[in-house]
Design a protein around this ligand. Structure first.
Ligand code: A2P
Length: 245
């Protein structure tokens, strides 16, 4: 799973097609969508028209919590909208009704077994809810996608996912942090990069998947230019401290 992906929440219509196309052109190989975003058709079209082979693009979509009980139908609709035979990752978007719902998880595993999703996981689950799924089925989600940024950093969450073998994927990496925080701008200046690039690089240093959203071509490119600098352990620690309290 590529550690950097394009988030597409709130990207609709032409803007969604163009954002995904720009992202693929500048090197992204991972796109995150969801049934709830109403843009699977646009995402699928952009991938198909990009010239990048389908097998090289990691595509995630998600089951709305209100569609619990209609898993097969929902996934089939997603595949049709995306124009693909299977997705790379399919997530339960939110714990349905706030509960872990191992029965729903069981059906995701079944559909994965049929080859309709290469991997399955969850989003917005707590560690306790991950444990419920594991206890009921013997299978942990491959991924838990949660809101994440330096301001939300909690080592117990990082370690908890690692111990369970669940890949932590963060959403809203930029919106949840103050990009003008002097502790962040100082590090950005030291590397000659932007605060947003520092935040995204911080995810990589922790091996946490980041899916920044943008429909602006320059910012889509900016957010991907994070592979030619590294943060020192001290810098990572000082960013971790933004999450204290
Ligand atoms: P825009 O689409 O105009 O670029 P998040 O992924 O954390 O939810 O953040 C998404 C928001 O952050 C969007 O409003 C997006 O606006 C903005 N954004 C994306 N990339 C950057 C960036 N590099 N610097 C500042 N703002 C950004």
């Amino acid at each position: 799973m590529p550690l950097l992906g394009l988030g597409t929440w709130q990207a609709r219509g032409r803007a969604a097609v163009e954002a995904v196309r720009t992202a693929l052109d500048v090197g992204y190989r991972h796109v995150d969508t969801a049934t709830m975003y109403g843009n699977e058709r646009e995402v699928g079209r952009a991938v198909a028209d990009s010239g990048v082979p389908r097998k090289d693009v990691f595509v995630t979509t998600k089951l709305p919590q209100g569609n619990a009980g209609r898993e097969r139908e929902t996934l089939e609709e997603s595949l049709a909208a995306l124009g693909v035979d299977r997705v790379d990752l399919w997530l339960i978007h939110w714990p349905p009704g706030g509960r872990a719902r191992p029965d729903v998880w069981e059906r995701l595993l079944e559909l994965q077994g049929e080859g309709l999703a290469r991997a399955v996981g969850v989003s917005n689950y707590s560690l306790a809810q991950l444990d419920e799924l594991l206890a009921a089925t013997g299978r942990a989600p491959a991924v838990n996608q949660i809101e994440w940024s330096p301001s939300l950093f909690d080592p117990r969450i990082v370690d908890g996912h690692r111990e369970r073998g669940v890949q932590l994927e963060g959403y809203s990496p930029l919106r949840t942090v103050n990009l003008r925080d002097p502790r962040l701008t100082r590090i950005a200046d030291a590397h000659g990069v932007t605060p947003a690039q520092v935040v995204l690089r911080w995810h990589l240093e922790h091996r946490v998947v980041a899916i920044p959203k943008s429909t602006n071509a320059a910012r889509i490119a900016e957010n991907a230019a994070i592979f030619d600098f590294e943060l020192t352990p001290d810098e990572v620690q000082s960013l971790d401290a933004l999450g204290r309290g």
